[in-house]
Design a protein. Structure first.
Length: 72
């Protein structure tokens, strides 16, 4: 009969490295999620800013049109 090889085992440094890799993966995933949320918030803020700019421009144009109509 052949001598059976013992099953491979993880030593402490190997387990520590695997735990560190897992922790880094979790941190990277969390950072990516936070960056995605921040990007979405910036897009909403950009959209609100443009609505505000267009609203102010509409009010100014409306007042100019109104004053122009009163002069006629």
């Amino acid at each position: 009969m052949r001598d059976a090889m013992p099953p491979p085992f993880d030593c402490a440094p190997g387990l520590r490295l695997a735990a560190h890799e897992r922790l880094m993966q979790l941190q990277t995933d969390h950072l990516n999620r936070r960056l995605d949320r921040l990007e979405q918030m910036m897009e909403r803020l950009d959209r609100r800013l443009w609505f505000t700019v267009y609203g102010v421009a509409a009010v100014i144009l409306g007042q100019a049109f109104r004053s122009f109509m009163l002069l006629q």
